[in-house]
Design a protein around this ligand. Structure first.
Ligand SMILES: [Zn+2]
Length: 126
């Protein structure tokens, strides 16, 4: 069980992550628009440029909503007092590990086992 201090420290970390994700989406959008303007000029954005900009935004959106989802889930677990409980084996997750990676839902051993599986599928984002 986490202390009240540890809980609020984790909450601050999760809130910072939410802010970061919000900012990131905005920065990504501005980058896309600037780049297209430089490349094609203000009035000549052709169809392929529009498609490219759209797919860039789509990728950013997918990635951000994936992360956002994890952060929001962690916030729910925190409020329910379950954030330090491993989803697999119900062992407590260390506070240091949680602080370094607040979105984690697995203890060190279970995460290692999962990463082994994910490496096989070339999925390595958390
Ligand atoms: Zn576990």
């Amino acid at each position: 069980m986490l202390t009240a201090e540890q809980t609020s420290e984790l909450k601050a970390a999760l809130q910072a992550e939410l802010v970061r994700l919000g900012d990131h989406a905005k920065v990504g959008l501005e980058f896309t628009m600037d780049r297209d303007r430089d490349k094609f000029g203000r009035d000549s954005m052709d169809e392929s440029a529009e498609e490219e900009a759209y797919s860039t935004q789509l990728r950013l959106h997918d990635r951000d909503s994936f992360l956002l989802n994890k952060v929001q889930k962690a916030m729910t677990r925190l409020e329910a007092g379950e954030i330090d409980e491993c989803e697999d084996c119900s062992d407590p997750i260390g506070f240091k590990r949680l602080l370094a990676r607040p979105v984690t839902t697995l203890c060190f051993e279970c995460k290692n086992a999962q990463e082994q599986v994910e490496a096989d599928h070339a999925v390595a984002s958390e």
